[in-house]
Design a protein around this ligand. Sequence first.
Ligand code: GDP
Length: 195
Amino acid sequence: IPIGQAEFITTAVKPSGYPPPGPPEVAFAGRSNVGKSSLINTLTRRKKLVRVSGTPGRTQHINFFSINQDAIRLVDLPGYGYAKVPKAIRAAWRPMVEAYLSGRDTLAAVVVILDIRREPTGEDLMLLDWLRSLQITVLAAVTKADKLSNNQQASRLAKLRPTLAPFDPTPTLFSASTGQGREELWARVCEAAGV
Ligand code: GDP
């Protein structure tokens, strides 16, 4: 489905701050600086729906966005894994995300974003395992594809595939710079949400 309207609903740190459950939600997760904000903006064809932050790891909130008169919602989960984030903030990540993942009945899928040039970290793999144990659909998006040539992209994807296969057998190559993978990822998001 084409994206018409896209708007910010609210920001929350705990369930009492979430908007009342409505349409299916697809959440986005990844390491700080992986390109999550850029991916959401590209996906929704908005330049600044999500603020691309200069200081990674600062935003420890869950942000809710409404698409197409609330046909579907996109949920921006806080990034993880940034070394310079204070311990207390790092420690708050898991309970905040866990409350959302395990308690949100309208959650349809989580897009897990990886950088094409990097090996998935222990934290990436822990998140993937965690989502699987909660039986939440994973859509893997391998972003910053534009940083590599087409040949390099293909060989990196071939390398990543076995690691990702248990969670998502068909990861999407993505680039916020070129728009590569936008249509594919959006189609997968809509399919997972049943819209
Ligand atoms: P977040 O912290 O995960 O939300 O990451 P951001 O979206 O803020 O992006 C982090 C940095 O990576 C910024 O400097 C972006 O301009 C850059 N970036 C994000 N996506 C891409 C991409 O697809 N290609 C390239 N070349 N750079 C990207």
